[in-house]
Design a protein around this ligand. Structure first.
Ligand code: C2E
Ligand code: SIN
Ligand code: SIN
Ligand code: FE
Ligand code: FE
Length: 727
């Protein structure tokens, strides 16, 4: 009874005892049916309940593998796996029985009932059980839930001589339940307020994770769990996390210490898996015994900083900490979720990051297996970003940006139609010959891949003034359990339009930043016929892709990579802005420069830096470093400013400038210049290889070779155009 009251929403919040008050929501009937119920007092109690906890979670053990008693583990705690969950209808649950369970048992009342769930039989998850107070008191009943393969476990301990007394001779009452993966258990069958559901995870010997739900609160505990690189595993875990408010998960490793096959995940993987779910809080546990408080605190701080930039709240599990969940969801509606999403989206400045998140959300609303964003450039629509669950993993989605797929802004294609008319188009089956549409299906049927598209939803993307700047295309609605694509519903079309209306404006703002940079460059290039838009796009793309390759090798978080890459792409484009300060006669000189002319040419590094001096935008600080140092060489030669002032070498040269220096020279070699003919890719690659360790940072040269195929795509996407016409 008390529990169902919590679902009530009551207004006004502080009803005047004499006045009117309204009680809404489920449980109303029982409220008034309750014996000697005073509706007003009941309502007040329900109101108070809104303030009360619905599920309280306490961490009693957060270590993995083995308990540690060292002072360096005193802050985050040395006990192994144990979590206590109490609901306010009095259900008490323990998840895992590591050494933390012994201590937790000490503080329990003299009698009661408790549910203990064991995820798997590894020692760090079970040794506390035999020392759990309720098992030694006749006044207690313990429900013990064991994965079915652990049936022999209780007796085994005595039989093998691990414990002196047989399990069945302990004084407490024990009811043992064997459970399978996917099993659903009601913990208090009288009103089924509290339920538990198991799922299996990747862990040597098996492991059952648990999802515990009470009223509005849902908790997920992974137990031991290795998230493999396999996208199916990622997807399964992301699905399990839907509707979960707080998740406590195994993150024993980071990417650097990751041991494949040991059955534990890296914290970085959880960040990827939880993106796009509606989780509010993520607790990382199963800390390695070797990880000190200092290390844990450093990571904790970093994770807290992610929360500042719009990530869900992530924390390192700390022994003794409690969390309360279940209040928020009472009031959350789906439109709140979209608002929250949009608020989050405004925090990103990189166009690729915005497109990625926007596409993911639109696909979620429309249950679309695939989707693309097209942007207008001149009189064509270029595919700028794409997801396709059937063909590639989302982490490779950015590569589609270089695929050079485009359509005219006309009725020759579905996206062209949406962009030229500003109308959305919902086609239930493009393969059906009966389908009539006001456009040709060139964009969806002429694709060379084997991917078959049936249902297509296409929406125009508009800026604040209502001008179309692109289109969003979603393909193949897949309903849960459905085998073949079904048509997009009218509601999905409406919801996606509403989302696109808002997200489109945010995206357009990001694109405007790139357009501003192009305008600056056009201004700077009035006297430099070869400094084209393509050149700037190539330098931006090549530099940011070298960085991406490098950062992946270093095991950087994909979210960090995305942010830095977006900034770098724009900043790199500005590297030669300072050429505006160099005379036309020098820039356009067909032959070799004289030493005097060279000296004047060198000024462009200092001019570029000074133009960007008062610029407070995020990209500007990076762009300043790049402008100043992009002609400095690894061996200390080169220049930054006219007279070789402030010469740096090796790792002292800012990293961003070392990246741009390689991309810039490579581009100068393969592109035509007024003073030279274009070189072949092969010749240019051989040249930079020879210069590794002399002109260039050898590690960065290696990364350039790592993206060789992508390099060719980038040059095809942004070909050298005719030199700019002179004004
Ligand atoms: P840029 O054309 O964008 O060239 C950038 C950098 O690429 C050059 O920096 C140089 O390190 C490398 N590079 C370009 N072409 C060649 C080449 O044929 N062989 C080799 N080994 N390296 C090459 P650098 O030398 O500091 O020049 C900076 C800028 O000065 C150049 O930008 C270009 O605008 C101008 N410049 C340099 N040399 C000449 C020249 O002989 N004649 C003219 N008209 N301009 C030049
Ligand atoms: C992030 O961008 O994800 C975090 C901040 C940083 O490390 O650059
Ligand atoms: C970005 O602009 O977000 C990154 C650049 C890229 O992915 O190519
Ligand atoms: Fe384990
Ligand atoms: Fe330069």
């Amino acid at each position: 009874m008390a529990a169902s009251l919590k679902r009530l929403a009551i207004s006004p919040k502080n009803p005047d005892p004499g006045g009117e008050f309204i009680v809404k929501g489920a449980g109303l009937e029982s409220l008034f049916a309750a014996k000697d119920a005073d509706p007003f007092r009941q309502a007040m109690r329900a109101l108070n309940n809104l303030e009360l906890q619905i599920m309280e979670i306490t961490l009693h053990g957060v270590r993995g593998s083995i308990a540690v008693a060292h002072h360096k583990a005193s802050q985050y705690g040395g006990n192994t796996a144990c979590i206590e969950v109490c609901t306010d209808n009095g259900t008490r649950i323990f998840l895992d029985s590591g050494t933390g369970l012994r201590k937790a048992g000490e503080n329990l009342p003299a009698q009661g009932e408790v549910h203990v769930f064991i995820t798997h039989g590894h020692a760090d998850h079970i040794v506390g059980l035999w020392f759990f107070k309720p098992l030694h008191l006749p006044t207690w009943t313990t429900h013990l839930y064991l994965p079915e393969w652990l049936e022999p476990l209780p007796d085994y301990f005595y039989q093998c001589g691990f414990f002196p007394v047989p399990f069945n001779q302990l004084k407490g009452k024990v009811v043992t339940h064997m459970v399978r993966a996917g099993q659903f258990i009601s913990l208090d069958p009288s009103n089924s307020e509290v339920t538990a559901q198991s799922f299996d995870t990747e862990h040597p010997g098996g492991n059952l994770g648990w999802k515990i739900a009470a009223d509005n609160a849902t908790l997920l505990y992974s137990g031991d769990c290795e998230i493999t690189k396999d996208p199916v595993g990622h997807k399964k875990m992301a699905e399990l996390l839907q509707g979960v408010e707080l998740a406590i998960v195994d993150a024993q490793y980071d990417r650097a210490s990751y041991q494949k096959g040991f059955g534990h995940s890296c914290w970085e993987d959880w960040l990827e898996v939880t993106a796009g779910t509606d989780l509010s809080r993520l607790i990382l546990t199963h800390h390695d015994p070797m990880t000190s408080d200092t290390d844990l605190a450093a990571l904790d701080n970093y994770l807290a900083s992610l929360h500042q930039i719009g990530w869900l709240r992530i924390q390192m599990a700390r022994e003794g900490t409690s969390f309360t969940i279940g209040q928020k969801r009472l009031h959350r509606r789906s439109s709140d979720k979209i608002d929250r999403f949009l608020e989050d989206l405004t925090k990103y400045s990189s166009e690729h990051a915005v497109m990625d998140k926007f596409l993911l959300k639109a696909r979620e609303i429309a249950q679309a297996e695939a989707g693309s964003i097209y942007l207008i450039e001149g009189d064509r629509l270029f595919q700028a970003y794409s997801h396709n669950d059937a063909m590639f993993v989302v982490s490779d989605a950015y590569l589609q940006a270089y695929k050079n797929k485009s359509f005219p802004v006309s009725r020759d294609s579905i996206v062209g139609y949406a962009a030229s008319t500003g109308r959305s188009l919902n086609i239930s089956d493009v393969a059906d010959p009966q389908t009539s549409a006001p456009c040709r299906f060139k964009d969806v049927v002429n694709d060379k891949s084997d991917y078959v598209i049936r249902s297509v939803l296409t929406l125009p993307l508009k800026n604040r003034l209502g001008q179309v700047f692109g289109a969003l295309q979603l393909a193949n609605r897949l309903e849960p359990g459905g085998k073949s694509p079904s048509p997009f519903s009218e509601k999905q079309q409406k919801d996606c339009l509403a989302l696109a209306g808002q997200a489109g404006i945010i995206l357009e703002r990001c694109l405007a930043e790139r357009r501003n940079i192009h305008a600056l460059l056009r201004m700077a290039a009035v006297h430099d016929p070869f400094e084209t838009k393509s050149h700037a796009n190539r330098i931006g793309s090549v530099t940011s892709e070298i960085y991406h390759f490098w950062a992946l090798k270093k095991g950087f978080l994909s979210e960090t990579i995305r942010q830095e890459k977006g900034r770098l792409r724009l900043a790199a484009m500005l590297h030669d802005l300072g050429k505006v300060g160099v005379s036309e006669a020098i820039l356009q000189k067909p032959g070799k420069l004289s030493p005097e002319e060279k000296k004047l040419m060198r000024i462009h590094t200092a001019v570029g830096e000074s133009i960007l001096m008062d610029d407070r935008r995020e990209v500007a600080s990076m762009a300043r470093e790049i402008a100043r140092h992009h002609h400095q060489q690894w061996n200390g030669k080169g220049y930054a400013g006219a007279d070789g002032e402030s010469l740096l070498s090796g790792l002292d040269i800012p990293f961003w400038a070392r990246l741009v220096s390689l991309a810039d020279v490579f581009d100068a070699l393969v592109a035509p210049r007024c003073y030279k003919n274009p070189w072949t890719f092969k010749k240019a690659l051989n040249f930079v290889k020879d210069e590794a360790g002399r002109h260039f940072d050898p590690e960065i040269v290696e990364c350039l070779f790592g993206i060789e195929d992508l390099l060719r795509q980038i040059y095809a996407r942004y070909p050298e155009k005719e030199p700019m016409k002179q004004f």
